[in-house]
Design a protein around this ligand. Structure first.
Ligand code: ZN
Length: 124
């Protein structure tokens, strides 16, 4: 494939990756998890088991790790928006990779067209 064709193919992939991440507007950082916690009441059933289950997300904000508990109603939603967040970050990473390939190809392309121009008329 010619360099120009490679550049154009890459631009298509890049545009697709960009429009994919821009189509997402519901995002939340954090990883979802289900944990168990004993409430501490001596008569509660949980005192002999692993505890009451609850759902939470852990995320970092301003360099600190934070935890937010998630109500059962919101579990499906939080799973979706945290996945969207991961996909967004993944998309940004992809675009960066495409860009570094693109810069490399542009350098090669420039060399190629310099040579082609030189071939048209002998100027040196
Ligand atoms: Zn309990």
């Amino acid at each position: 494939m010619s360099i120009l064709k490679q550049i154009k193919a890459l631009e298509k992939k890049r545009a697709a990756a960009l429009s994919k991440i821009l189509s997402t507007s519901l995002v939340a950082p954090g990883s979802y998890g289900r944990v168990y916690c004993r409430c501490g009441k001596p008569n509660c059933w949980c005192s002999s088991g692993k505890g009451h289950p609850y759902s939470r997300i852990v995320f970092s904000e301003g360099g600190r790790s934070k935890t937010k508990s998630i109500s059962e109603d919101n579990v499906g939603w939080i799973k979706k928006v945290t996945k969207n967040y991961r996909d967004f970050k993944e998309g940004v990473k992809k675009i960066k990779e495409y860009d570094s390939i693109l810069f490399e190809l542009l350098g090669k392309y420039l060399k190629e067209i310099i040579m082609q121009t030189r071939d048209k008329k002998e100027y040196n």
